[in-house]
Design a protein around this ligand. Structure first.
Ligand code: PEP
Length: 252
């Protein structure tokens, strides 16, 4: 039985003070909640302060990216060890906004995953097609390419530490959610790809989140699908009450 995992991607929103307030609000909303894993991913500059707020609670911390080199003359970059030193346990890797605006490729995603694992961080690896690819009937090809390219060379033991997030790009921040049937179809397909790359045990054990305009109103139906094991939430994670409602509805 896969334990559900709901993560909030705060993207480039919230100053340190605002992030501390939001994390405190979420902690209060959730109280002693134990129904699933909960992760919030603020910007790098907020990690240390937010870590202090959520310490000892059910809310875990994640970063939104990292660089694969251990250290050096890489102005503006953050290493895995640096992320880890903030108290973060997770890191989002290969988000479509990074693929779209910052030149992220399967190769760089793969390097970042390996750096995360080396530093004891749990990667949340994003895959998904854009609108043109969906309309062109390329969804399965693109998803297969992202999954196989990003996870190439990993061992089965390493796969135990990885969470995948299927995020159709056309549903991110658009208010357009994939139907539960559309999402389930791709999640089941991803499991098939994992079985081919690794084995059935890895395919059955890997947690696959759905991401793309998840809201309190659609969380229960999406999370009720057989192969959907949680959500990666953008916009609706920026308010404590809506994110808490998604989390509670997801495990109903
Ligand atoms: C995301 O940023 O990963 C995301 C799914 O955003 P939203 O929930 O706003 O669509």
């Amino acid at each position: 039985m896969r334990r559900k995992i709901i993560a909030g991607n705060w993207k480039m929103y919230k100053t340190v003070a605002e992030a501390v307030e939001l994390a405190g609000g979420l902690k209060k909303e959730l109280g002693g909640f134990e129904g699933c894993d909960v992760v919030i991913c603020p910007t790098f500059v907020c990690l240390t302060e937010v870590s202090k707020v959520v310490a000892g609670s059910c809310v875990k911390l994640g970063a939104q990216n990292l660089y694969w080199e251990a250290e050096g003359a890489f102005t503006g970059e953050i290493s895995g060890a640096m992320v880890k030193s903030t108290g973060a346990q997770y890191v989002i890797i290969g988000h479509s906004e990074r693929r779209q605006y910052f030149g992220e490729t399967n190769e760089t995603v793969s390097k970042r995953i390996k750096a995360a694992l080396k530093n004891g961080l749990l990667p949340i690896v994003c895959v998904g097609e854009n609108l043109a690819e969906r309309e062109g009937g390329k969804t399965f090809d693109v998803v297969k390419d992202h999954v196989t390219g990003s996870l190439a060379g990993l061992t089965k033991e390493e796969m135990n530490k990885i969470v995948l997030a299927y995020e159709p790009v056309w549903a991110i921040g658009t208010g357009k959610t994939a139907t539960s049937a559309q999402a389930q179809e791709v999640h089941a397909y991803i499991r098939k790809v994992l079985a081919g790359m690794f084995d059935q045990e890895v395919a059955s054990a890997t947690r696959i989140q759905y991401g793309g305009s998840v809201k309190p109103e659609n969380a229960a139906e999406l999370m009720g699908q057989a192969d959907i094991d949680g959500a990666l939430v953008g916009g609706a994670s920026l308010k404590a009450d809506s994110f808490a409602a998604i989390i509670k509805n997801a495990v109903k």
